[in-house]
Design a protein. Structure first.
Length: 280
């Protein structure tokens, strides 16, 4: 397996750091783009293992850090706290579009990737983002989500009032310590871009084969959100798989010390989905 790091510059001159993985023999092959969630990054927990597993199965894989996810040059710690505070859903969609543009232009994976056979795999917030992007991106042919959010409206009235009063909100995280506070930029994005960030509406117009994977013990994103996504999906080919006993991160923390049955199940299901609807 070959792994090559890359950097892109988005429209605001910010860096997107990523990795391209492929087997030496591949040529004009299907590709899977992986999108991390909130407080995660391309090297968090299971992402390298998922990318490596899909790469061994014959896919070109792309993992990357959103430009404002807070991870800087050391790639493993929240050193860019100011950027993290200013991050928004809309900004991450622009980053994702930047990655797709780089792939289609040949800046990433030239000669390796078949641009008509590309898929998404997103976790948590990344799952919501790939649904939004796939609904408007003809190059994407198959989608898989893990523990995906069904809405960006995740705050109650009291939280919003405190947020507006102080100018920031501190969000609890169960698996990553020392998370910077989030500024009003995120709240404004949610309030001002309701239509563009409507994940359930995106699902309703999405016509690509879509697999939704969720744990029934998800403590961050209730399993009911997966059921809403599935119900709203317009895709003629769709499936919802609930993994019994699995939590939000499939029992994985960072750094990854050992894999488990929940993770292996999600990887196998995802690979089989791409084999059916992407690698054809």
């Amino acid at each position: 397996m070959i792994r090559k790091s890359f950097t892109l510059t988005n429209t605001q001159n910010e860096l997107i750091r990523g990795d391209l993985r492929y087997r030496e023999s591949v040529k004009n092959s299907p590709a899977v783009i992986l999108c991390h969630g909130f407080t995660e990054f391309k090297d968090w927990g299971f992402f390298p293992l998922v990318a490596e597993s899909l790469t061994e199965a014959g896919y070109v894989t792309i993992t990357f850090n959103f430009s404002r996810n807070g991870i800087g040059t050391d790639l493993d710690n929240f050193t860019e706290r100011d950027k993290f505070a200013q991050n928004t859903y809309s900004h991450e969609l622009l980053d994702l579009d930047c990655v797709l543009t780089a792939i289609k232009s040949g800046k990433i994976g030239k000669g390796l990737i078949n641009h008509e056979r590309m898929g998404f795999l997103g976790h948590c917030r990344g799952g919501g983002l790939v649904l939004l992007q796939a609904a408007r991106e003809s190059a994407i042919q198959a989608v898989v989500t893990w523990s995906a959010i069904s809405t960006v409206n995740r705050f109650n009235t009291e939280q919003i009032q405190d947020w507006q009063r102080t100018g920031y909100i501190e969000l609890e995280n169960l698996w990553t310590k020392n998370i910077p506070p989030v500024s009003l930029s995120l709240l404004k994005d949610i309030q001002e871009n309701k239509e563009q960030l409507d994940i359930l509406h995106a699902a309703a117009i999405l016509d690509k084969p879509t697999l939704i994977i969720h744990g029934d013990r998800d403590e961050i994103v209730p399993v009911e959100e997966a059921q809403k996504l599935y119900t709203n999906l317009n895709a003629a080919i769709k499936e919802l798989i609930i993994i019994e006993g699995a939590n939000h991160t499939l029992g994985i923390s960072h750094p990854l010390r050992t894999r488990n049955l929940h993770l292996d199940t999600a990887i196998d299901l995802s690979e089989n989905w791409f084999d059916k609807y992407l690698n054809i």
